[in-house]
Ligand binder design. Structure first.
Ligand code: GYE
Length: 305
C-alpha cells in the first residue's frame, strides 16, 4: 500500500490489529497476573485489545466470542475455562474467517478449528509435584496420606495436573491420595473444602493443591485446626505467584511447581504473525521451573507477580 497509516485512534480507518480476548475470570493470583500481562503486552505491541471477563462461566465465554465475531475483530484469543463444548462457536469463527489463538488452557476440539495453543504442559507440572513427594518420602515405611485439592472441574489444568501427579506417585504404594476434591482454583473454596476434609481425615501428611491460591486457603484451615502448615502437613502447590512464594519462603509451603502467567508477549507476537499470514507452531509450550524454600527466598525480591 505505501500510504500513511493511522497509528493512533481506534476509529474506523485505524490500522491497528484488533484482538478480542475472552478471559476465564479473576479466580486466582495467577489469573490476575495473566490478565495484566495480556493488557500490558497489547499496549506495547500496539494491538487494540477488546477484553472480556467470563467469571469462570463457559456460557459467558461463548457469548463473548460470538460478540467478537459480530464486531469482526481481526483475531480472537481465549483461555477456555473447560476442555469440552467449543466445537460450535469455533466453527462459527472459522466460517467468519477469524483466526483463533488459544492461550493457557486446551480444548478437545479438532485442531483445525484454531491456529495454535500457547501455554504450559500441565501433565508435566503434575509430574514435577509428584516427583517431589516420591523423593521426599523415598524412605517412608508407613503410608503417607495425601489430600488433593483439584482445580475447576473439567478444566485442562485440573485434569492434567491430577493425571501427571497420580502417575508419578503411583511408583510408591505408600503414597496414598485419601481424598481428592475440587476447590475451583480459589482461596475461599480451598479453605472451605480443606476444613471439611480435615474433619473427615484425621491423619493427613501432605496437601497437594492444583494452585497456590487453594493452597493458601487450605493453609488457613490447617492453622485453624491447630496444626502447623509445612510441618504437620506438608504443602505442595503449582503456580509460584507472590503470595505462594512468600508462604514457601516462610516455611509454610514446602514446594511449588512454577506455571508462568506471563503469556502476553508470546500472544501478541503470534497475533501479529497470524495477521501477516505467516505460519505459526501449532503448540507453543511455556518454559518453567520449580522452587523449594531456599530458592523461593532467593527469587522473591525480584518476582514480578
Ligand atoms: O494454575 C490457576 C488458575 O489455567 C494455568 O488457572 C491456569 C490455572 C492456574 O486459576 O491458578
Amino acid at each position: 500500500c505505501g500510504s500513511d497509516k493511522d497509528s493512533g485512534g481506534s476509529g474506523s480507518g485505524s490500522s491497528k490489529i484488533v484482538l478480542g480476548f475472552s478471559q476465564v475470570g479473576a479466580e486466582s493470583g495467577w489469573r490476575t497476573a495473566n490478565t495484566k500481562s495480556i493488557q500490558a503486552s497489547a499496549g506495547t505491541a500496539g494491538i487494540e485489545l477488546k477484553f472480556s471477563d467470563a467469571q469462570q462461566k463457559q456460557e459467558n465465554q461463548i457469548a463473548a466470542i460470538r460478540s467478537f465475531i459480530k464486531q469482526k475483530v481481526d483475531v480472537i484469543g481465549f483461555s477456555p475455562v473447560v476442555v469440552t463444548g467449543w466445537d460450535a462457536v469455533l466453527k462459527e469463527a472459522k466460517a467468519a474467517k477469524i483466526p483463533v489463538v488459544l492461550t493457557d488452557r486446551a480444548v478437545d476440539s479438532d485442531p483445525s478449528l484454531y491456529v495454535t495453543f500457547i501455554g504450559s504442559d500441565f501433565v508435566e507440572e503434575g509430574k514435577k509435584a509428584g516427583q517431589w513427594l516420591v523423593d521426599e518420602y523415598k524412605d517412608a515405611k508407613e503410608p503417607v496420606n495425601i489430600i488433593q485439592l483439584e482445580g475447576t472441574v473439567g478444566s485442562a489444568p485440573a485434569i492434567d495436573r491430577k493425571k501427571g501427579f497420580e502417575e508419578v506417585i503411583g511408583s510408591n504404594p505408600n503414597l496414598k491420595v485419601v481424598a481428592s476434591q475440587s476447590g475451583d482454583f480459589t482461596r475461599a473454596k480451598g479453605k472451605e473444602v480443606m476444613q471439611a476434609l480435615l474433619k473427615a481425615n484425621k491423619d493427613v501428611d501432605v496437601l497437594f493443591a492444583h494452585n497456590d491460591d487453594m493452597g493458601l486457603g487450605a493453609m488457613q484451615a490447617i492453622e485453624e485446626a491447630g496444626l502447623t502448615p509445612g510441618k504437620d502437613i506438608k504443602i505442595v502447590t503449582i503456580d509460584a505467584v507472590k503470595d505462594g512464594m512468600t508462604a514457601l519462603s516462610e516455611g509454610k509451603f514446602n514446594y511449588i511447581v512454577e506455571c508462568s502467567p506471563l503469556l502476553g508477549d508470546q500472544l501478541m507476537a503470534t497475533v501479529k504473525k497470524v495477521k501477516a499470514g505467516e505460519t505459526v507452531e501449532k503448540r507453543i509450550v511455556t518454559v518453567e521451573t520449580v522452587f523449594d524454600q531456599a530458592k523461593a527466598k532467593e527469587a522473591l525480591p525480584t518476582r514480578q507477580y
